[in-house]
Design a protein around this ligand. Sequence first.
Ligand code: NAD
Length: 486
Amino acid sequence: MKAYDRLFIGGDWVTPAGTGTIDVINPTTEEVAGRVPDATEADVDKAVAAAREAFDRGPWPRMTPTERAAVLTTVSQAIQADMQGLAELITTEMGSPVAWGSMAQVFAPTMILDYYAGLASTFAFDEVRQGLLGEVLVSKEPVGVVAAISPWNVPLFIAAAKLAPALVSGCTVVFKPAPETPLDAFRLAEIFADAGLPKGVLSVVPAGREVGEHLVRHPGVDKVSFTGSTAAGKKIGSACGELLKRFSLELGGKSAAVLLDDVDLSQALPMLLPNAIMNNGEACIAQTRILAPRDRYQEVVDALVESVSAMKVGDPLDPSVEVGPLVAERQRDRVEGYIKVGQEEGAKVAVGGGRPAGISKGWFVEPTVFVDVDNSMRIAQEEIFGPVLAVIPYDGGDEQAVDIANDSAYGLCGSVWTNDPDRGLKVARGVRTGTYMLNSPIPIDFATPFGGYKESGIGREFGREGLELFLEQKSISLPAGYTPSL
Ligand code: NAD
C-alpha cells in the first residue's frame, strides 16, 4: 500500500493542518490501496499563499517560456521512464484497463507536456502591432494563480492538460485532484520537484468538494480551470461569475455516433467501439448514443452485440482485458440504476445488463447495449458514465440523424461513419459539439482545441487555445521611434 502522511505544498512535503485521511480503494479488489492526507481549508490557504508569493515575487513568471518549457520536458521524460508503473498505479486507483491506460492515461500526458514545451518557443507572447494611432506592444501575460480541479477518470491526463499550458505561461498552480485518485497526483508532484520546479509554483491538495469550493472562492486565486460534472461546473461557473474570476470548464457529454446508410460496419465498428466503451465507459467523450438508419438497424444491433459480447471483462491489470471495474461502489449503483431506468422506459437490453459471471469481487458491470431506444429516454439524455450504449433508430435521412444528435443538453464530441466523406463532413458541420470524428478513431488531437458546446463546457483546452486560457492580454502604447527589445 502506498501511504503519504504529508501534503505537497509550495514545493515542500509538509505536515497537513488536519488529521483526516483519504483511503484510496482499489475497485478490483475492494481493498485499501493507498492513503493520503485529506487537505483542509487551512492547507488550501497555505498553498494559495505559496502560489501567490511565487507568482508575485518568485522567478517562475519572470523566466522565459523556453526556460519553463525545459522543466516540462524533464517531467515528460520522467513519466515516460515509468510508463508501466504509472499505468498500474492509475489502474489500481480507478480501474482503467492497463493496456488502454498506458497509452491514454500515461503516454498521452507526455504528448501534452511535449506539445506545450514545443509551443513555448513558437507562440507569440509579444507582438508589436501597428495600431490606428501608433505602435502598440500586445503582450500575453500569465493570468496568475490558477486553481486546477480534476476528476478521477483520466487523472494524469487532465493534470497535464491543465498544468502544462498553465506552467509554460508562467502561472503558479494549486492542483486539487479528485479524492479517488490522489496517488498519481502525488507521484506527479514528486516528478515536478525532481525536475527543478521552483518553490511555490505547484501545490497538490487532494480533498472533496467543500474544500474545492473554498479553493474556487479563494481571493488569492485568479483563474479556475475545472474538469468534472456539469452539475459541479454550473456551481463553479456561478461562483466565478459572482467574483469575476476567470474560469474555464470541461464538463460532461452524451456524444452521438452517427452511422449513415452507406456505412461499412466492418470498417467502422472496430474504430467506433473503443470510443464508445473506452475507459470502462467512464469517459466524457464516449460515443454512447449510436444512431443507426432504420433499414439497417438490426444489422447494426447484431454487429454491436457480437463485438460487445466478445469484449474481455476482468482484472484491469491484465493487459488483455478491455473492460475493468467502475471506480467506486456508488458508481456501480449509479450505472445499475440507469440500466433499470432504461428497462422501465421500454428499452430492451440486447447484451449485458448485469454483473459479469465468475467475478466475485470488484465493482464490475457487464458492457451493455440497449436497443429500441428513443432519444427522449433518460438513458439517451443523461450521462451514465459506465459501459452502457443506447442504439437509436432514425428514419428521415442524414438530417434527422443530425437533429437527434443535437437533441441533447451536451455538445462535447461525436462521430459520423460513412463511405462518402463529403456527406460525412456535412453531418459533422451540422452537429453542435466541440470535437468531431469523421471516419476517424481519434477524438482529441492535442495540437487543436478541445471542449464543449452547450452544457459540456466553456473554453477550449489543447492547442494554442489551451495556452490562451492561462494568459491575459495587455496593450502597451509605444512612443514614436521606440522599438522594444523582445
Ligand atoms: P465531479 O464534478 O463530481 O468532480 C470533479 C472534481 O471537482 C473533483 O475533484 C471534485 O472533488 C471537485 N468538485 C466537485 N464539486 C465541486 C465544487 N462545487 N467546487 C469545487 N470542486 C468541486 O466529477 P467526477 O465524478 O469526478 O468526474 C466525472 C465527470 O467529469 C463526468 O461528468 C465527465 O464527463 C466529466 N469529465 C469531463 C471531461 C472533459 O474534458 N470535458 C474530462 C473528464 C471528465
